[in-house]
Every structure is written in C-alpha cells, then in structure tokens.
Write a protein of this length. Sequence first.
Length: 84
Amino acid sequence: MKSYSDLKEDLEQRRKELQAKQKKQIEDRKEKSVSYRDEREKEMESRKKQIEKQREQEAARIQAIRAREAMKQELKRELESEKN
C-alpha cells in the first residue's frame, strides 16, 4: 500500500499534468483563432483587390467607349466639311 506522501506526490503530479494539458489546449485555441482571423483578413484583401480590378476594367471600358464616340464625331465632322 502506498504511503500518504506517495499519494500526495502522485496527486500533485497529476495536477501538474492536467494544468499543462489545459494550458496547451488554450494555446492551441488561441493559435486557431488567430489563423482563422488571418484567413478572413486575407479573403477580405483578396476581395478588395478583385473589386478594385473590376472597377479599373469598367473605367477603361467606359473610356474606350467615349474615345470611339469622339472618333465617330470627328469622322462625321470631316465628312461634313468635305461635302461642303
């Protein structure tokens, strides 16, 4: 049979092991939450870049349409001046 001091040591050892295990679990949870947050931030940044690129493409398309319209108007004026 184990003595009182041996039982007390075993209990203290188990308590330390349990505390270490709980501390590790807390650290793991913190790490996972940070990585989840980082993933969301990366997704948001990616989405922002995608939206900005779409806006730039739309602006370029509108600018090209305006340039074509300006060329058409200039050609019309040239044709009108040649007729006169």
